[in-house]
Write a new protein. Structure first.
Length: 143
């Protein structure tokens, strides 16, 4: 006797990938295009998910431009969206020797809080090696 067949809905993963110049302008454009892509996927600009992703992309892109910049090399943003399940934000750069760390900034410092924000906003985050060279900072949001 064969077991009864259950119909499962297909899992659709939507992916957006774009390279940007390693400049403040490129970081700003990455944030804006991430929000635009989320809007195309049904999450409007004024929604909570859009605001959260915009903040995460802004912080990770700023880090890629400031600390991961290699002259003549771009950084890359990838959004992977599984509706109702997961949104993954990957920001990749080509610098391997400078890996971000979650540290408490000096109390009067104007910088150093980006990864603390990512840690607070994301369900989880990690740093993974990028092939062929570099690193990717990945932030995941459970939906």
């Amino acid at each position: 006797m064969t077991p009864p067949q259950t119909r499962q809905e297909p899992v659709t993963v939507r992916v957006f990938t774009q390279r940007f110049s390693s400049t403040p302008r490129g970081a700003r454009l990455a944030r804006l295009l991430a929000q635009h892509q989320l809007d195309r996927w049904g999450h409007p600009h004024d929604g909570e998910l859009s605001a959260t992703v915009a903040q995460i992309v802004a912080e990770l892109a700023a880090n890629a431009v400031t600390h991961g910049r290699v002259p003549g090399r771009d950084f890359q943003l990838t959004l992977s969206y599984t509706p109702g399940r997961l949104l993954v934000v990957d920001v990749s750069d080509t610098r391997t020797e400078r890996r971000p760390a979650l540290l408490a900034p000096a109390s009067l410092s104007d910088s150093g809080r980006g990864l603390l924000l990512v840690d607070a906003l994301a369900s989880r985050w990690e740093i993974v090696d990028r092939v062929p060279v570099g690193k990717t900072v990945r932030a995941e949001l459970d939906l």
